[in-house]
Design a protein around this ligand. Structure first.
Ligand code: MN
Length: 329
């Protein structure tokens, strides 16, 4: 935690954005709809105010986001570095060492934010960083257009599982309604984001579900996407998004776990939890973090060791939850 990190109000933030220029906007690695939608909406909005802005993503951007990505006019030397939807400097992936101590501003909504930037605008109750970016551009007096609206709607929709998750608030719907009014392609966006799968993804799901494990009276469902499965099905990094959410459809499951082998003996673990479990608290025990209902961590070792580590953290959380409920009953 950086004590020198200045916490900004919306007014401070807007002042800062007006006073500075030549922005470099960074997304997190393994980009999702929120980090990309927020970054590009911020870019298009600031450009309308006459600023120069370019976005850099540490990884290749999946083609499914093409409808709101425009990387033209990037010929300038960046001065002000902004990270959006990036809770920890290490989530910049291969770029993190280059930007350590050099992030001027961080706009985020993760409770686990590590305050690594010089300035932070953090709205922990926002369902998506895109909600904050909407408010910021509105406060700056930016005239919204369809391109901005498509980017922001993508952020809202993807971080809320198509407006289904517990993080959705009245404000989420209000902002979505305002974006709708700008003529966005909501149905097309949601089909691309939620209903369209590659054949490799379908094959991967079949293999992963075949090996599904249930623990703790079937309250925990665990799925593993090993390197072997990835090789056999040809699934890409973006094909592996949202595996943990597959647990949502299984009756009685309180915690869904997806274990992805990213390289030999390195496992990226994603958790989805339902009340009263706190995914961020469980992942924190293994050095990770995130949101209450969705979080992650990385474990090194064998697959068996990775499974044992996360199961032990979950077991403890379930025991604590059981103890808590017996007190209140
Ligand atoms: Mn987000």
């Amino acid at each position: 935690m950086n004590s020198k990190c200045e916490i900004l109000t919306l007014a401070d933030l807007c002042q800062y954005l007006k006073e500075n220029d030549n922005y470099l906007v960074l997304t997190h690695a393994s980009p999702d709809g929120d980090t990309l939608g927020s970054a590009y909406a911020l870019k298009y909005g600031l450009k309308k105010l006459g600023k120069k802005v370019q976005v850099i993503c540490p990884d290749e951007i999946p083609h499914k986001y093409d409808y709101f990505i425009d990387d033209s006019e990037c010929d300038f030397i960046p001065e002000t570095v902004v990270a959006v939807d990036v809770a920890d400097i290490k989530l910049l992936g291969d770029l993190w060492e280059r930007f350590v101590g050099r992030i001027d501003l961080n706009i985020d909504h993760h409770v686990s934010n590590t305050h690594y930037a010089k300035r932070l605008y953090l709205e922990e109750n926002a369902a998506a960083t895109a909600e904050s970016v909407y408010e910021i551009l509105d406060e700056l007096g930016v005239e919204f257009d369809r391109k901005i609206a498509n980017a922001l709607y993508t952020g809202l929709s993807t971080d809320t599982g198509c407006f289904k998750y517990a993080n959705v608030t009245v404000r989420t719907h209000e902002i979505a309604a305002k974006l709708h009014a700008l003529g966005i392609d909501a149905a097309d966006i949601n089909r691309i984001m939620f209903d369209t799968k590659s054949k490799s993804r379908v094959k991967m799901e079949m293999m992963v579900l075949n090996g599904a494990e249930f623990h703790f009276d079937d309250r925990c469902m665990m799925l593993a996407v090993t390197l072997d499965i990835q090789k056999k099905t040809g699934c890409t990094k973006s094909d592996m998004e949202g595996v943990a959410s597959m647990s949502r459809s299984v009756e009685g499951v309180l915690v869904g776990v997806a274990i992805k082998e990213t390289e030999k003996d390195v496992f990226k673990i994603s958790l989805r939890t339902y009340d009263p479990l706190d995914a961020s608290a469980i992942c924190k025990k293994l050095g990770g973090g995130g949101h209450k209902a969705a979080a992650g961590c990385t474990v090194n070792g064998t697959l068996a060791q990775a499974k044992a580590a996360i199961l032990s953290a979950i077991k403890q959380a379930l025991e604590e939850a059981d103890a808590g409920s017996s007190i209140t009953e």
